[in-house]
Design a protein around this ligand. Sequence first.
Ligand code: PRP
Ligand code: URA
Length: 230
Amino acid sequence: MSKVTVFDHPLIQHKLSILRDENTPTKEFRELISEISMLMCYEATRDLPLEDVQIKTPMAPMTAKKIAGRKLAFIPILRAGMGMLDAMLTMVPSAKVGHIGLYRDEETHKPVEYYNKLPGDIDERDVFVLDPMLATGGSAIDAIQIIKRSNPRSIKFLCIIAAPEGIKALTEAHPDVDLFCAAQDEKLNPNCYILPGLGDAGDRIYGTDVVGEVSVDKRGSTVKLHSKTK
Ligand code: PRP
Ligand code: URA
């Protein structure tokens, strides 16, 4: 059975509140996605095995610890998953990277695959699938199905906000995959967007859906852009 971990660390929760705010601009949104991903990576890699190594400090020889040769692969689901990738690679620079391109059809809300390139030696690797949003779960379920064809050693799914509907669907479809998120939200709206959520993650990362009111402060220096309501 899948293990579901909701990170309640105060730093993650604080950053998540700013991330959700509709007035948070694109640049800050991207930075927050990265910072939260870095903190999540730290927690989600907690069970990596260690091995003893002999080293010498300037003072004395000692038996120290290093990660025991586990090979990792990070697989962002395009587009929004890319927002989490650099942070993960900062923490684990030796990881290989695969990409899965999926978008949700606007009418059916079902995922449509358009790209898939995975490392050739994925059968020797522990995989972390990255996507900030788990809504219906369709995209995560299909991405993991694609990855499983290449027989990875293990798969973990990291998202920032998960809907209860997505958690149920993903854990039922892939009970061998552990799930990590920063928040479990209330529910989906009729368009399958997460409530309260943060809107469309891909659009907010890449600034592709900014419409409507633009306001400038008294000195003419602060511009606020309000995202379209889903
Ligand atoms: C978003 C998000 C997930 C998916 C979640 O991507 O990044 O991949 O929706 O929804 P689901 O759980 O109902 O499948 P989207 O399809 O908007 O594509 P984008 O990242 O290219 O914007
Ligand atoms: N995809 C998003 O980016 N946001 C949601 O709330 C649901 C799916």
